[in-house]
Design a protein around this ligand. Structure first.
Ligand code: G6P
Length: 548
């Protein structure tokens, strides 16, 4: 297995980095009046402006060569044809099948047409969603359902929660959808306080049906139901499950027809398009869920067929590699200028960090390069009054993706124009910065003395030349939100492929789970802890003392 550092394009990029070291983005714009036009590309309702990057034609062409040399073309073909590209678990990676066009009839994987299973599950979802909204689905006392609580964690929580929130303007009024994830009892306790057991349905979302947090919360919900007028026989009217482990869900008390399947070829963090997205479908209706799938499919088709020079996930992925591996960027920020999309960074954080937080090549050899960055971010404009200081003047290079709709769902006053102006001005400020001369002049214009100018001006200097992408769409709709998330899924895959790692397993999560069970057992027993490290021993003692 080759390390990416052995690729010819990687070596050329290392040299090219030196050539680019003294070139400022500002001068690239001055030298090429067509730069913005050249470095703008569109797909699936999104326009990507990537002109504000430390890249010229040579950079982009070398990054393109890198992606090709790393085998991205065959990796894409492999993914779309159902090859077992998740090599450590020997599985296909087929979130793309969950949103395949209705025109496609077959996608055979290991002798099974997965599209048949996908479509019959969508039909099952349609029926369930329709029954809830029409009022046909009744609780055990004959009342219609007013609230649905989704219980899940990780990929069985973040994607659906973020998308349901992003699609707030499309929400149906008759049913409120809630999400519970944390094992901290405060999460479910707070939710249950607002609910009536006669009119509440719980959807337990867990691919494995073995996740501690989800099962603990599901049991708490069932206990609450049973101790507030419910009965074992009525559990099936108030509980549904999404899982690949049907037996465990049946053992819990679910009626088999209320168990929605999923498959081992869908990774948790890529699963919102499956029945794991049921809470979204309930919140916004099945027709909007189909629009969401269609938007993602449009991005899939773009990713699969567009030349790399115009391919949004490839461009964004390769530019990310440029900053991580050639400019030592440790983090990457996502800043949506859209209130409803404010939680998106948390979903992309899981998607990317669980996918590319890896230190081994596909064959198990250790990597020699940095891999996935720390993904973080939050809503613009709020962040401007918090962490943007570091983006502008901190010592670290943080590439940023700005994401904004051209039109708002809530066009009051000048709000949207102000919001959009802030989005543009941040990317502009990151690039142009402020020189010492400008800072000095600004102070003089404000009437500062020469002494004050000398003292303050250096603090006002902003070096600039900080890169960003801007992603624009006409409006946040189910289709454009679907396409946006699919874009980030494929961007993650592009980077994982360039680094030569498996983006689709997550072995690192296991150790914490195993040790968590061990420590839990120690907290509830009189075990001999002397073999543990002194710090853990002392912390266990503190907990036990507090419980005594
Ligand atoms: O859906 P579940 O099986 O309950 O898993 C929920 C989550 O837990 C795990 O720890 C994984 O790290 C996530 O990828 C997964 O989405």
């Amino acid at each position: 297995m080759r390390s990416p550092t052995e690729l010819t394009a990687w070596q050329k990029l290392t040299e090219h980095k030196q050539e680019m070291a003294s070139i400022e983005m500002k001068s690239l714009f001055e030298a090429d009046p067509k730069r913005a036009e050249k470095y703008t590309t569109k797909a699936a309702g999104w326009t990507l402006d990537y002109a504000k990057n430390r890249a010229n034609e040579k950079t982009l062409s070398l990054l393109n060569d890198l992606a090709k040399e790393a085998g991205l073309e065959s990796a894409i073909t492999g993914m779309f044809s159902g090859a077992h590209i998740n090599n450590t678990e020997d599985r296909s990676v087929l979130h793309i099948a969950l949103r395949a066009s209705q025109a496609q009839e077959t996608l055979m994987v290991d002798g099974v047409n997965v599209l048949e299973e996908v479509r019959s599950t969508l039909k099952q979802m349609e029926k369930f969603v329709a029954q809830l909204h029409s009022g046909e689905w009744k609780g055990h006392t004959g009342k219609t359902i007013s609230d649905v609580v989704s219980i899940g964690i990780g990929g069985s929580y973040l994607g659906p929660k973020v998308v349901a929130e992003a699609l707030t303007p499309y929400k149906k009024d008759d049913i409120n959808v809630h999400f519970v994830a944390n094992i901290d009892g405060s999460d479910i306790t707070g939710k249950l306080k607002q609910l009536n057991p006669e009119t509440t349905v719980f959807v337990i979302s867990s691919k494995t049906f073995g996740t501690l947090e989800t099962l603990s919360n599901a049991n708490a919900a069932r206990d609450w139901f049973l101790s507030n007028g419910g009965s074992e026989a009525a559990v099936s009217k108030h509980f549904a499950a999404v899982s690949s482990n049907v037996k465990k869900a049946v053992d819990f008390g679910m009626a088999e027809e209320n168990i929605f399947p999923m498959w081992d070829w869908v990774g948790g963090r890529y699963s919102l398009w499956s029945a794991i997205g049921l809470p979204v479908a309930i919140a916004v209706g099945m027709e909007n869920f189909y629009e969401l799938l269609d938007g993602a499919h449009q991005m899939d088709e773009h990713f699969r067929t567009a030349p790399f020079e115009e391919n949004l996930p490839v461009i964004m992925g390769a530019l990310g590699v440029w900053y991580i591996n050639f400019h030592n960027a440790q983090t990457h920020a996502l800043i949506p200028y859209d209130h409803y999309l404010r939680a998106m960074p948390a979903h992309i954080q899981q998607l990317d960090m669980e996918s590319n937080g890896k230190a081994n090549l596909l064959n198990g050899d250790g990597v020699e390069t940095d891999t996935g960055p720390i993904i973080w971010g939050g809503a613009g404009t709020n962040g401007q009054h918090a962490y943007h200081q570091l983006l502008h003047q901190g010592t670290r290079l943080v590439p940023v993706d700005f994401i904004a709709p051209l039109a708002s769902h809530n066009p009051i006053g000048e709000h949207h124009t102000q919001l959009f102006a802030n989005c543009l001005s941040q990317s502009q400020a990151l690039m142009v910065g402020k020189t010492l001369e400008q800072a000095e002049q600004e102070l003089r214009d404000a009437g500062a003395t020469a002494e004050q100018v000398a003292k303050i001006a250096p603090h006002k200097v902003i070096k600039g030349n900080r890169p960003s992408n801007t992603l624009l769409t006409d409006k946040m709709t189910p289709a454009t939100v679907g396409a946006l998330i699919a874009l980030y899924e494929h961007r993650t895959f592009v980077q994982g492929t360039i680094w030569g790692i498996n983006s689709f397993d997550q072995w690192g999560v296991e150790l914490g789970k195993v040790l968590g069970t061990d420590i839990f057992n120690r907290l509830v027993s009189d075990s001999d802890n002397s073999a543990l490290d002194a710090s853990t021993q002392a912390l266990i003692k503190a907990f036990k003392k507090a419980q005594a």
